[in-house]
Design a protein around this ligand. Sequence first.
Ligand code: SAH
Length: 396
Amino acid sequence: MKAIRLREGKERSLLRRHPWVFAGSVEKGKADAGETVRVESHDGRFLAWASFSPSSQIRVRAWSFDEAERIDAAFFQRRVQAAVAMRERLAIQSNGVRLVHGEADGLPGLIVDRYDDILSAQFLSAGTERWKDVIADALLAETRSMGCTRLYERSDSGVRQLEGLEPAKGWLRGEGNTTITLREHSIQLTVDVEEGHKTGYYLDQRENRALFARMVRQFGCKSVLNCYSYTGGFSVAALAGGATEVVSVDSSAPALARASAHVTLNGFDAAHHTALDADVNGTLRQMLKDGRSFDAIILDPPKFAPSAAHADRASRAYKDINRLGLKLLKPGGLLLTFSCSGGIGAELFHKIVAGAGMDAEVDAYLLQRLEASSDHPTTICFPEGEYLKGLVLLKR
Ligand code: SAH
């Protein structure tokens, strides 16, 4: 077993069970991509078993902090089993569930979503790439009882480049139709694991979509603007809550086509929904010029800040859309505004939205703070895992 020796003082994060070691913390030692290494402190004490990533800034990702543990097929089976068992205890009322959420489940670089009988997985690190076959077998073995028989790989995310890995996409186990129907609370949504974003869909907003449906009903919202709508999850939720004039805005034509199909799939009147293939920022400006206003607005943009280094530019972009959104909202209207940027913390996001309110000369009650659904857990040792944050505002 190859050893990776850390510089003096650099053992601290692993001792706190944080799973990453950056390149600059390594004193000496080399291994192949994804190879299991023994990580040691400067004086040779065991810190972790980990996978080595020669071309990534995150040079080492810990598999285990237990010196007695072996990193083998049984290890991956145990980790997958624990992750699946945790989701079972959450008793999520849907056939779409995140089963493995990377570091939080002790499997750095692995994301697995269940879409009915299909598992859709991202192998995003050299370590998960190396153990791909073993992990695939473990995943199917541990989910057979819930009816999963097929595994589709969606390792076509840009972050693979940072690991020196090529994109990869296609069936790993099983084959056939890539589209399934998701049941989420009272609504149905189709997901194509081949063509959809990320693993196919955004399961992290499941509970927030359900909350939105309830709020639309409670506050009697009729007109709803869903910005960055993707396939219209929040739009269908709005219709389910009693809205009668819903506008979905997205720059992806296939996503919007699916959004429109979802309206009728759920038995709602197509005349109550408009799909706008356009840039959100420009659309908000135009709507303001046209004197439009809405009872409720969703702002769920893509990641503006992939890392803290992009925080400044991203802050301005968030502020701008929130300023426009607050202006377009009727008094007494609801704004659900989100950021999924890891580089923007909850406190900073709140400040940005407060700044937007100042610029818009709008005050609002902060009704609720939102986060990702509980099947996208964070752990106390890995704060970086907390990425999705949202605010529910009620315009005064
Ligand atoms: N709220 C959605 C998920 C949104 S993901 C849900 O609940 O499923 C972000 C979406 O923003 C993607 O669908 C992407 O196509 C879209 N997007 C990215 N940049 C955009 C822009 N400038 N204008 C409009 N849409 C954009």
